[in-house]
Design a protein around this ligand. Structure first.
Ligand code: PMP
Length: 349
């Protein structure tokens, strides 16, 4: 991993927070230029948060089984994606590999960092094209530092088989990032089980989907302790605010409730998948391992506008590679699903 890092990151002298020099109990904190007084709440929002999000990571270890030393918490997984690009890719020189159609932020963050994106398109059924992947890995030079495999994939919804992810880790000389934002809704398993074998495998998780905390902005990097240490040295020192750390710790305590709703969402997804198939304007409903359905329609633009006119917002993916005619529809509450379904059913070409 060390040799893949950018030189400036490998040689970085990290910023030290005011409290890095002290551990233990103290009564007077006049080291960080905070206001001694808090004007709202009871929970010390006048004080900086824990830069390491340690209590939250302990909870993540207990409830999600992700080892404390192998996690870094980010301001959404978006922050972690951006950090990975800045950690490994030299602007104007290196490149990432993506598999369109996929989550748009990988390319956008690469563009912002002046890092090229090479595209290895998914096949028509949105599976990985292992033939072209093998060819690419055999001939790829060292400028390809990161590969982003989104599984379950956004927007198609399918999870890639673990055997294919394992082969990718074996063949690719750089870091394989498996984005598991939607893994809780999948019965195909997590790539976590492969991490003991491949230290170039990095996993992303998030509190934004199954855990219902999109507003708190908390993503998780699961990687080797060595890689985590580097990311800790380069991330914004206080990247997760106190309220967000607290709410996520509390959410972990409500894991039973979260898991119950996760099962309900999976059940609804399967039911609405069948229902959408019966509509005349629907050409195909793709199998989903996530909390959304990708639905191929006869006219995505018109249906999108028709729904918007009724106050129902779905995601129009018709301009994405391989997604012509497609709308992506989140599995919300039963009522949201029913209203969306009935509105699409009432659309006439
Ligand atoms: N990865 C995928 C595949 C996503 O779909 C999203 C959000 N839509 C993210 C990452 C970003 O998640 P977060 O809210 O944790 O930044």
């Amino acid at each position: 991993m060390k040799e893949l890092l950018r030189d400036n990151i490998r040689n970085l002298v990290p910023y030290r927070c005011a409290r890095d020099d002290f551990s233990g109990k103290a009564e007077v904190f006049v080291d960080a230029n905070e206001n001694w007084k808090q004007f709202v709440g009871q929970t010390q929002y006048n004080r900086y948060p824990d830069p390491a999000s340690a209590a939250l990571r302990k909870g993540i270890e207990e409830v999600m089984g992700l080892p404390f030393g192998m996690t870094v918490v980010g301001n959404g997984s978006d922050e972690i994606i951006d950090n990975l690009i800045r950690m490994f890719c030299n602007p104007g020189k290196d490149a990432i590999v993506i598999f369109p159609p996929t989550y748009g932020a990988y390319k956008v963050f690469a563009d912002i960092n002046d890092v090229a994106s090479v595209e290895l398109p998914l096949k028509e059924d949105f599976s990985l094209d292992m033939e072209s992947l093998r060819k690419f890995c055999h001939t790829a030079d060292s400028k390809y530092k990161l590969m982003f495999v989104c599984s379950p994939n956004n927007p198609s919804g399918n999870a890639h088989p673990l055997e294919q992810i394992e082969e990718t880790c074996r063949l690719f000389k750089g870091i394989v990032v498996v984005d598991e934002a939607y893994v809780d809704f999948s019965e195909k398993g997590s790539a976590r089980s492969l991490q003991s074998k491949y230290d170039n495998l990095v996993i992303l998780r998030t509190f934004s989907k199954c855990w219902g905390l999109a507003g708190a902005r908390i993503g998780i990097l699961v990687a080797s302790p060595e890689l985590c240490a580097v990311m800790r040295s380069m991330k914004y020192p206080y990247n997760i605010g106190r309220p967000s750390q607290e709410v996520a710790v509390n959410c972990l305590l409500a894991a039973d409730q979260v898991h119950k709703e996760m099962k309900a969402i999976i059940e609804r997804r399967e039911r609405y998948q069948q229902l959408y198939k019966t509509l005349s304007c629907v050409k195909e409903v793709y199998p989903s391992d996530a909390n959304f359905l990708l639905v191929k329609t006869s006219d995505a633009d018109s249906i999108w506008s028709y729904l918007a006119g009724k106050g129902i917002i779905v995601r129009n993916r018709t301009n994405q590679f391989g997604c012509s005619g497609c709308l992506r529809i989140s599995i919300g509450s039963e009522e949201e699903c029913r209203k969306t379904y009935e509105a699409i059913a009432s659309w006439e070409a």
